[in-house]
Design a binder for this molecule. Structure first.
Ligand code: GLY
Ligand code: MN
Ligand code: MN
Length: 378
């Protein structure tokens, strides 16, 4: 299979189909991951305007050369570069006016109320509406247009995520050498971060978690100066960004001999994770996978100890669609081939400790492929 890189033109074409369904004649993209997904541009400020037959990438002086080189390097013909002089919002309004856009979709998930108000006010004062108000362009907040496209990965993205998961698994296999009795949580976290960079990641995907002993009962504990002791359970949760894409992995270890009460929790969480992974296939919902994991833990008397969702999508953001959860509004949608997400049940019991086991899976036509490859017990 030849992988030519992200297919920006195809993505923009797919977005246009959603624009037609939402009856907008323009879509303004300001969310950084959405902008990257649609154009390949990854600067700290910038925007895209997608019109029915044209698309513009808007950047200022700081990024002009880089953006021009990027578009030229891939022979991009579908996206025109638009230089922003001065304020970005004023430039967006000026371009919308020049284009004569009337119903302008914006990203409801990420645009701030302040920006929405500024753009709306500027559009209204720039327009010359008829006496009945017709002709005044309107911003239309649209939910998840690009986010739901991003949830289904294409072949290029799957290849990147597969490679990223392979590399993160190699980092995980270093845990036994790093997480030893007498070492501080922060020292271990620093070593994991260094291993993530050595493995070829551009950066950790989030602040690495090393939670030992009583701290393991706190699902998102920050690493501190506590030294690992014999008898501790230790939750180690870390991720990396590779070619822009995030992967995420957790293992829980026991320092010294397994304590029977802690082992019971470990075995229950492992059973919950295996059950949920076995249930992954196209057509099922994130909510049903969450229920599969939760039912196992409830049967073991640990339902109340599982206080978070079972997983989340992975991609340009470490937490994105699809949500594998009982609470997220989008968790009833059918999972589809090409979706990549975590399965990470946990149970946290004050006094005994906490366990979380997390792997990354890809939905396939026939079920799923587990992308991470690390023994559960290391
Ligand atoms: N620590 C982030 C996560 O596993 O989702
Ligand atoms: Mn994690
Ligand atoms: Mn996770």
């Amino acid at each position: 299979m030849t992988l030519s890189g992200p297919a920006f033109g195809r993505r923009i074409a797919e977005l246009r189909t959603s624009m037609v369904a939402s009856a907008v004649d323009a879509f303004v993209v300001t969310s950084r991951p959405n902008l990257f997904y649609l154009t390949g541009f990854d600067g700290s400020a910038g925007a895209a305007l997608i019109r029915p037959t044209r698309a513009f990438l808007m950047v200022d002086f700081r990024y002009l050369t880089a953006a021009r080189d990027m578009l030229a390097a891939r022979g991009e013909r579908a996206i025109a570069l638009e230089r922003v002089d001065g304020d970005h919002d004023e430039a967006i309004v000026a371009l919308l006016e020049r284009e004569g856009a009337q119903r302008i979709g914006v990203e409801a998930e990420s645009m701030s109320i302040g920006r929405f108000t500024r753009l709306s006010t500027a559009l209204a004062s720039a327009a010359s509406p008829g006496v009945d108000g017709s002709g005044c362009p309107a911003l239309v907040p649209l939910e998840r247009l690009v986010e739901s496209m991003r949830a289904v990965k294409d072949d290029w993205e799957i290849a990147v995520l597969r490679e990223a998961a392979r590399r993160l698994s190699a980092v995980a296999r270093e845990i036994p050498a790093l997480a030893r009795e007498g070492r501080e949580e922060v020292e271990i976290a620093d070593d994991i971060n260094a291993a993530i960079r050595r493995a070829g990641f551009s950066r950790p995907a989030f602040e690495t978690i090393v939670a030992s002993g009583p701290n393991s009962a706190l699902p998102h504990a920050r690493p501190g100066r506590r030294r690992l002791q014999s008898g501790d359970g230790v939750v180690l949760d870390f991720g990396g960004v590779y070619d822009g894409y995030c992967v995420d992995l957790t293992r829980t270890i026991q320092v010294g001999r397994w304590r029977p009460d802690f082992r019971r929790i470990f075995d229950a969480v492992l059973e919950a994770q295996r059950t949920a992974i076995a249930a992954v296939r196209p057509g099922v919902s994130g909510r049903s996978l969450d229920r599969a994991a939760r039912d196992v833990l409830t049967r073991h008397g640990l339902g109340d100890a599982f206080g978070h969702g079972t997983g989340h999508g992975l991609g340009l953001e470490v937490h994105e669609e699809p949500r594998i959860s009982r609470t997220a509004p989008d968790s009833d949608g059918a999972l589809a081939p090409g979706m990549v997400f975590t399965i990470e049940p946990g149970a946290y019991v004050a006094g005994t400790g906490g366990v979380r086991i997390e792997d990354d899976v890809l939905v396939t036509e026939g079920g799923c492929e587990v992308l991470t490859d690390v023994p559960k017990e290391i």
